[in-house]
Design a protein. Sequence first.
Length: 443
Amino acid sequence: MVAGRDRTHIEGTYPGQVPPHPEVTLLSYLPSRLTSRFEPRTIVWFAFALVHAWIALCGVVLMPDRVFWDLSLYRAWVWYGVNVGTWPVFTTTWVYPVGAMVPMLLVGELAGYNDRTFGLGWAVLVTLLNAVAVRALLRRKGGINGAFWFIVFLAALGPVAVGRLDAFVAPLCILGLLELEKRPRVAALLLTVGAWIKVAPGALLLPIVLAVKRPVKDVIAPAAILSTAIVAFVALLGGAGHVASFLFEQGDRGLQLESVGASPWLLVGLVSSAVSRMYNSQIITYEVHGPGVPTLVTVLDIVFGLALLVVVWLLWRRRSAGPQPLPASELVVRGSLLVVLTMLVTNKVLSPQYITWLAAPVAVALALGLPHWGRTARWMLGIALATQVIFPWVYGGIIGGGVLQTLVLVGRNAALVIVWLGTARRLVRAPSVVEARELVHAA
């Protein structure tokens, strides 16, 4: 990511170089007969095709109502816009930024507004974008490892990794983080585009601003210019009053069933009728109700913003603190992961598809050959797999208060907290001399 110090490298990195300890790759777990007969890149692309074909089959043919049902909402929104003239953002408030309309409209116009054709078109579009991200990963020195991990992550997360708007987050963030090496302005533009689709990619601009040597010129200005152009375009078409509605549309939401903060109440609900799991038809999700929940929701609204400020302070401190500041590559990817985990752990909302936000920092770190990411990568695969078990496979049991199903959800949330704290610890503590030299060698 940081081939040139004049671009993104932080001044004053560590002296000396030693070869980094090799991480065990996922390909090493495959049968030797397979890996000896086929090139690693062939295996990667075969796995890519297999995973995306299986997800498309599940979402379009086998169980569309269970795993791709959000696409019915997307299809309805653009159909009403095209045929009735009622457009989200332009004529009404909307839960998403205006850019989210682009993939929905593109799929609807090219694939049609039938449920099955729309679902198939959506799967194809996501597959193409993921293919671009995988190809970009493969061009790096650890690209085989990063690309294959990303594909396994998608398989572990399952259909929700494709059948939601968040499916565009991972590839856009991967491309943005990889572009930072030579073209930070392109990276800023890609992440800004992502932010105008689903907000989350915009958060990755925080560590990037702190890592580059010319943050205003290379990051803030491109992002601001593009955002201004988008707002002006929306205003020109009559949507000025709704262009920022996505920031406030869900401000009064309750405590979502799958959120980390709901975990203690879910456990109490297993033995007490004081806690209930109720369906909110207005936002089409399940929430937890019980003593203390309204207070927790208020607290989380405050903690969410404060926690992100603390993360920014931590990253600012680590960029040049002490005799061993972090190289920019490690600061950006580890910082990006910490930002995303903070958004997940401290949020009152946590839908299954949000887990896709975790993919980009890990895949990019592995592709860049950064050391000491193996454990984090394994934890992420476990979290993704647990999330697929939660939704769609045992979600009905969680809603109904099933003990084992609830424990799976609580365990997944505990894993998120563990990785969150571990990531913060990595950034807080000063690396050893050996670790420092390994980071410089990787950079």
